[in-house]
Design a protein around this ligand. Structure first.
Ligand code: NAP
Length: 332
């Protein structure tokens, strides 16, 4: 097909090749070549020419971007969360917003459990200790962590990823508490999870793992007051979004021993500054937002985004539509 008649897709970061190849089957692909991300003026320029935008959770897609996209019909986010997109503005402008649920659930749950295990057993400190030549003799008191098996895990947000974490915790013989907006009797029966309030969960858990989306209601869901409720040995795991936690309050709680440790994949600002006081703490394990970062999952996410774009460009309802109102009228 001639490129001039093909729809144009702006892709804001390189991604696994099968997804790019799939897009090229039906569109002209304008692939952002550089690292890091396009700056706002670059985003505006490329979106102004695009029929579709394939973007990342770190690309803020606001009203200004959508206004620049005169031909824009679909914003396909390469993530399950879509807190980077003004969905209401997209709906007003008749632009479909799509995401990539399910395909990253198990991979992100693996990451939450990796952080939990690494924080519980001081894995990063142990790695440095070994490499730096501090291992001079086996000693009963060196690098002592806490048991995961048999401990209590509190899951905040028992959705897809929260339930996948619960399945892993069952294998470790953990008691599992959860809190969510709605009680989930089916999950309680299947996974043996116990529903309780956020306060009870924080008071009783040895590990607390966060799995809510970032929304106005969950912004700073865990702040100084909530951290005070936790056990002094408790470990907080966050693979949801940085701003679900008040990061200053968390830093203070880790500094003064209010809680025992943390495993964090997400931060209030990403990338986190290397000078951030959080990174000076030895009781924190950090990762650069790599919850879904496996070749298999990142490929599936790209393929899913490509299928969502193709559907909209062909006038069909995309499989992973976020702004569901858009296709509610029979004319669409
Ligand atoms: P999901 O299936 O929609 O689950 C989210 C859960 O959060 C729902 O069960 C919801 O429960 C619960 N929830 C919403 N508001 C709540 C509140 N105020 N208090 C307690 N629970 C609340 O989403 P998911 O696929 O599991 O993904 C969850 C989030 O993980 C995403 O939104 C994204 O931000 C993050 N994520 C991060 C990475 C990473 O790379 N680190 C990767 C994937 C996803 P009810 O509605 O039933 O009450």
């Amino acid at each position: 097909m001639n490129n001039s008649v093909r729809p144009r897709v702006f892709v804001t970061r390189d991604m696994p090749q099968p997804a790019i190849d799939r897009l090229k089957e039906f569109a002209y692909v304008d692939l952002w070549p550089a690292f890091p991300a396009p700056e706002k003026h670059e985003l505006l320029y490329h979106v102004s020419q695009a029929d579709a935008l394939l973007c990342m959770l770190s690309d803020p897609i606001d009203e200004e971007v959508m206004a620049a996209g005169k031909k824009l019909r679909v914003i396909a986010n390469y993530a399950v969360g879509y807190d980077n997109i003004d969905v209401a503005a997209a709906t007003r402008r008749n632009i479909a917003v799509t995401n990539t649920p399910d395909v990253l659930t198990e991979t992100t749950a693996d990451m939450a459990f990796t952080l939990l295990m690494a924080a519980a057993r001081n894995l990063i400190a142990a790695d440095r200790f070994t490499r730096d030549g501090f291992w001079i003799a086996w000693h009963p008191l060196v690098l002592l962590g806490h048991d995961v098996s048999g401990a209590t895990l509190g899951i905040v947000g028992l959705g897809r990823i929260g339930q996948a974490v619960a399945r892993r915790a069952r294998g470790f013989g953990m008691r599992i508490l959860y809190t969510s907006r709605h009680r989930n009797p089916a999950a309680e029966a299947e996974l043996g999870v116990e529903y309780c309030s956020l306060e009870e969960l924080l008071q009783q858990s040895d590990y607390v793992s966060l799995h809510t989306p970032l929304m106005p209601e969950t912004h700073h869901l865990i702040g100084a007051k909530e951290l005070q409720l936790m056990k002094p040995t408790a470990i907080l795991i966050n693979t949801s979004r940085g701003n679900v936690v008040d990061q200053e309050a968390l830093t203070a709680a880790l500094q003064d021993g209010t809680i025992g440790g943390a495993g964090l994949d997400v931060f209030k600002e990403e990338p986190i500054s290397p000078d951030d006081p959080l990174l000076e703490l030895s009781n924190v394990v950090v990762a650069p937002h790599i919850g879904s970062a496996t070749i298999e999952t990142r490929t599936k996410m790209g393929m899913m985004a490509a299928e969502n774009i193709k559907a909209v460009l062909e006038g069909r309802r995309p499989p992973n539509l976020v702004n569901k109102d858009l296709y509610s009228s029979p004319s669409k």
